[in-house]
Ligand binder design. Structure first.
Ligand code: PLP
Length: 391
């Protein structure tokens, strides 16, 4: 079968290869520790599950409007308002996950050849979604020296007259970096000056351990008009499989994104929408509990990680990933790349991590701490032994 050029241009994620190999080893009975997960290791809170049960029992199992139940949009509006952000319900659309909201967004703003600035390291789906919409990903490098954050100077170095949008992900997957208000203000001024759309992916907003999450859209009317907030319940309420995300932004854009859904996915799953209403309107204590657990894991494992020879790692301020630079460690092991390090680590020490090459920075590896502390400490001690045995 001749496939379209569009899908042929997709880059398969190297994460999949490592996950497949880890699963293979696990299936053969090997005690593999997986640190590749991109989802919280918590159950969805019971009040949310009960809300979904109730919805199904009450027959709320039919189509809803493509852009989501009015009651859910109101719940999202209320959540945004609690955060000091005022949006009309016509400026909010519900999607089948944040990923779907992003997909519709790029399809709705990009024409052939339009450029989107993507800071490296990036979440794997950004470049692929931009390409699928006919856009061109333009990368801007960041590293540990600036805690992986971009500045107007860096943005100017890659901006052209085709630049349409910038993707900002704070707190970040994979680095755990968090932009401060001042840093966001500088980016906001730049975006307003050059009329650039800011795609503000805030999916990890509730998982901040040091500092405060600030939405760039809160920094004034001019930047709010250019910003599209992307968020959802996947990470905040441990609801990755329920597939509910949303976009908030310009009314016309939100309508276009909703029209796209109406011809592709129709509405996000109806019982999941009722569950998400409970997530936003119900008891929020779960958020603090999960946050406290991740924070205490981070405090325990970060110092252990730093004991591994050659490791350089900024202390993450949010999300649930560590993103160490292993360039020196790889050398000490006599290996020639972090990709090789990841492969050997899995084969010989049975620890699965994600190579930084998946995120555009091949000297790093990503380790998720969305796993229990015992597994995490055992994994780090295996990595340390793997390295010291080779030195
Ligand atoms: N944005 C980032 C940065 C993510 O890490 C993820 C999930 O891994 C998503 C968006 C997608 O979230 P959802 O599960 O709501 O589609």
């Amino acid at each position: 079968m001749q496939l379209s050029e569009r899908v042929q241009k997709l880059t398969p994620s190297s994460t999949l290869a490592i996950t497949a190999k880890a699963n293979e080893l696990k299936a053969s009975g090997q005690p593999v520790i997986g640190l590749a997960a991109g989802e919280p290791d918590f159950n969805t809170p019971d009040n949310i599950i009960q809300a979904a049960f109730r919805a199904v029992e009450e027959g709320k199992t039919k189509y809803t409007p493509a852009g989501g139940l009015p009651k859910l949009k109101q719940a999202i509006q209320g959540k945004l308002e609690r955060d000091g952000l005022n949006y009309d319900v016509s400026e909010i659309m519900v999607a089948s996950g944040a990923k779907h909201a992003l997909y519709n967004l790029f399809q709705s703003i990009l024409d052939e050849g339009d450029e989107v600035i993507i800071p490296i390291p990036y979440w794997v789906s950004y470049p692929e979604q931009v390409k699928l919409a006919g856009g061109k990903p333009v990368y801007v490098g960041t590293d540990e020296s600036t805690a992986f954050k971009v500045t107007p100077d860096k943005l100017n170095s890659v901006m052209t007259d085709k630049t349409k949008a910038l993707i900002l992900n704070t707190p970040s997957n994979p680095t755990g970096s968090l932009y401060t208000k001042e840093e966001l203000k500088a980016v906001a001024d730049w975006a307003v000056r050059h009329n650039i759309v800011v795609v503000s992916d805030e999916i990890y907003e509730t998982l901040v351990y040091d500092g405060e999450h600030i939405s760039i859209a809160s920094l004034g009317e001019a930047i709010k008009a250019l910003t599209v907030i992307i968020n959802g319940v996947s990470k905040s309420h441990s609801m990755t499989g329920w597939r509910i995300g949303y976009a908030a932004g310009d009314r016309q854009l939100i309508k276009a994104m909703t029209d796209l859904s109406s011809h592709s996915t129709s509405n996000p799953t109806t019982p999941s929408q009722w569950a998400a209403i409970e997530a936003y309107d119900g008891d929020q204590t779960f958020l603090q509990e999960m946050n406290a657990t991740f924070k205490s894991r981070l405090e325990t494992i970060y110092p252990l990680l730093m004991e591994i020879p050659g490791i350089e790692c900024i202390k993450p301020q949010g999300a649930f990933y560590l993103y160490p630079n292993v360039k020196e460690t790889v050398k000490l092991c006599g290996l020639d790349s972090a990709d090789a390090f990841v492969e050997k680590l899995l084969e010989e020490s049975l620890v699965a991590v994600v190579p930084g090459s998946s995120f555009g920075s091949p000297d790093n590896i990503r380790m998720s701490y969305a796993t229990d502390l015992d597994s995490m400490t055992e994994a780090i001690s295996r990595i340390k032994k793997f390295v010291t045995d080779r030195m």
